[in-house]
Design a protein around this ligand. Structure first.
Ligand SMILES: [Zn+2]
Length: 250
């Protein structure tokens, strides 16, 4: 079985020994990783990581959390490196209204600047959405882009809108949490629209909830959904990889 973690943050700030994390993850059948950037310095780390490791693919972008800190030059930097080897997406980008709604205009501008690059260079996007679903939908509709809705945790109606727009839903460890109703929604979604992720080092799935997450733990989320769908994990892993490869050059 070959599982791909479509969303992690393999930065030295979180993981002192990336070789060891890759080894541990391989033991859990997670063999490929999409390392997502958040700001300029993590973009540089992502670029270095894909140079060093054949199993790591990169997404470069500025996360909405960094809307106050980024510089126009950072956007140029992303454009300069968008076609680098094994850079497969623009991400993690999006809107986050959880902490503040006061910089909506700036967040939207940052997102759109990066969607323009994705459209121009024909790269998929990895979308962060927190309490901003309608604005995300309205903005994505303006661009010819596809990609992943990272850490999807919305309604069935929202899922169907994103699917119709050509997006895959990234399912993370949260689905394994007790009292999480995401499983009832995912139960009703065709597996051809799903990919799996960790968001490591955050949000470890059961049985590691509350601990530091590593990409290898994608296997627990995948197994959980395979159970839900009455499928073998091997079969679901193959489908998820095919889903990813429809949109991503991996
Ligand atoms: Zn993330």
């Amino acid at each position: 079985m070959e599982i791909i973690d479509t969303h992690c943050h393999l930065y030295s700030e979180y993981f002192s020994d990336i070789d060891e994390i890759i080894k541990q993850s391989n033991k859990l059948n997670v063999t490929k990783f999409i390392n997502n950037a958040c700001d300029k310095s993590s973009c540089i780390e992502v670029l270095r990581s894909v140079e060093k490791y054949n199993c790591i693919y990169g997404a470069i972008g500025i996360h909405p959390e960094y809307v106050q800190d980024y510089k126009e030059d950072d956007i140029k930097f992303i454009e300069q490196h968008v076609n680098d080897k094994r850079i497969v997406a623009i991400g993690e980008i999006g809107l986050d209204y959880y902490y503040t709604k006061e910089n909506k205009v700036e967040q939207k501008r940052l997102l759109e600047e990066q969607l323009k690059i994705a459209e121009e260079y024909n790269k998929p996007v990895i979308i962060h959405n927190r309490e901003a679903t309608q604005d995300i939908i309205d903005i994505l509709k303006k661009y010819k882009v596809k990609g992943i809705i990272h850490a999807f945790n919305g309604s069935l109606e929202t899922a169907n809108i994103f699917i119709k727009m050509g997006f895959l839903l990234g399912i993370g460890g949260v689905i394994t949490f007790k009292n999480c109703n995401l499983k009832d929604i995912v139960d009703k979604i065709d597996v051809k629209n799903l990919v799996f992720e960790t968001d490591a080092p955050y949000l470890a799935p059961v049985p590691y909830r509350g601990k530091q997450n590593i990409p290898g733990y994608t296997c627990y989320t995948l197994e959980f959904v395979a159970n839900l769908k009455n499928m073998e994990p091997e079969q679901l892993a193959i489908i998820a990889n095919e889903n990813l490869k429809r949109i991503f050059d991996i």
